[in-house]
Design a protein around this ligand. Structure first.
Ligand SMILES: Nc1ncnc2c1ncn2[C@@H]1O[C@H](COP(=O)(O)OP(=O)(O)O)[C@@H](O)[C@H]1O
Ligand SMILES: O=C(O)C[C@@H](O)[C@H](O)C(=O)COP(=O)(O)O
Length: 336
């Protein structure tokens, strides 16, 4: 059964709006940040990672965002272009804003954290008038990500993008991507997340991210079905609640729920799981696959990324995902 119908005959399969940043991933793994001396630079930012993932999976992809007018900004733009991503809607800041940095700490495969430097970042300066209606009207799927709602004018830019997507029948996916650093209060976060989620067709988040949205509601048992059902009276057709290595559950508007098997992985670090999962899952849904198959594909893509050092640079191609699934089926990959 098709839960979401995508428009046909559009220039882009996929467009993402939001932050373009830098990840600096610890080279000396399995130790605290205090003892980490060297880092490798990658393009980062959750929506950037997902866009790179979709492009690697062969989807015609565009990005809407703002970069700093500095070396880091230029590094990001040229990386996206090399990945075949359309950057005509990536504008360059002219106010002296900087590129957001995420230093990652890999204390152990399961104890990872991120130290973010996000004061005066260019990505949050994207203005509503810089969002191209033409581009959104030419995309089958628009991805928004929660962090871009944290501040004006980026917040208004995302709402403007939602408006255009609704007007042109572009399917909207919302990766909650809650990062506390950029928000002023939990109340502000909940209000804006809810306002955006009302307009979206596909919601993807962890249990903790949905809890954050529910601060004015009663869901004392943190029940996934209660969480998902609320959104089906708005625009949502699919709500996915992720539970780390325990896997994820997709709820659909017809009242059913879908679970997928997850795959083993030799985990180096856990971050990047969500972004690669989102790319693999959305790719599957766009191919018209069942939700179970799409979720499995997302899980396999996630395993590839968490077994690698980077997030963006490790995003797999279809051949890599299919090969990973086959190797798991043959018992060649076991959990670390
Ligand atoms: N340790 C792990 N082993 C295998 N798969 C994992 C592991 N951690 C996450 N995944 C896969 O990645 C998906 C998303 O991970 P999750 O940690 O829930 O998201 P996020 O990175 O956004 O917090 C999970 O549903 C699962 O399929
Ligand atoms: O989103 C960021 O700004 C940092 C990411 O690039 C980072 O690598 C990461 O945390 C990925 O997030 P996840 O996929 O939700 O684990």
């Amino acid at each position: 059964m098709q839960h979401v119908t995508f428009p046909t005959s559009r220039t882009f399969d996929f467009a993402a709006i939001g932050r373009l940043c830098i990840d600096l991933n610890a080279n000396e793994i399995n130790r605290p940040m205090e003892e980490t001396m060297t880092f490798t630079k990658y393009v980062g930012g959750s929506p950037a990672n997902i866009a790179i993932g979709m492009s690697r999976l062969g989807q015609k992809t565009a990005f809407i965002g703002k970069i700093a007018n500095d070396q880091m900004g230029r590094f990001i733009a040229s990386y996206l272009q090399r990945e075949g991503i359309d950057t005509s809607s990536v504008t360059v800041d002219d106010t002296g804003a900087v590129t957001g940095l995420a230093f990652t700490e890999i204390k152990s495969p399961s104890e990872c954290s991120i130290l973010m430097y996000r004061d005066n970042v260019a990505d949050l300066l994207l203005k509503p008038e810089e969002v191209s209606e033409e581009l959104i009207s030419q995309a089958k799927l628009l991805l928004i990500s929660g962090t871009a709602l944290a501040q004006s004018p980026s917040r208004e830019a995302v709402f403007q993008a939602l408006e255009y997507a609704k007007k042109h029948g572009t399917v909207i996916a919302f990766d909650l991507d809650y990062r506390p650093y950029t928000w002023k209060s939990a109340e502000e976060t909940a209000v804006y997340y809810n306002l955006a989620a009302e307009k979206c067709d596909i919601l993807i988040g962890t249990r903790e991210e949905f809890d954050q949205m529910e601060m004015f509601e009663s869901n004392p048992e943190h029940d996934d079905r209660v969480t998902a059902t609320k959104w089906f009276s708005y625009s949502a057709k699919i709500a996915i609640i992720k539970h780390g290595k325990e896997g994820s559950i997709a709820y659909t508007k017809d009242g059913s729920e879908h679970r997928a098997k997850s795959y083993p992985a030799k985990v180096i670090k856990t971050f990047g799981a969500g972004d690669s999962y989102a790319a693999g899952f959305l790719y599957g849904v766009m191919q018209g696959w069942t939700l179970e198959k799409s979720m499995e594909y997302g899980s396999a893509a996630a395993c590839i990324v968490i077994s690698s050092h980077s997030c963006s640079d490790a995003m797999p191609t279809t051949e890599q995902v299919e090969d990973y699934i086959k190797r798991c089926e043959r018992g060649e990959i076991t959990a670390s």
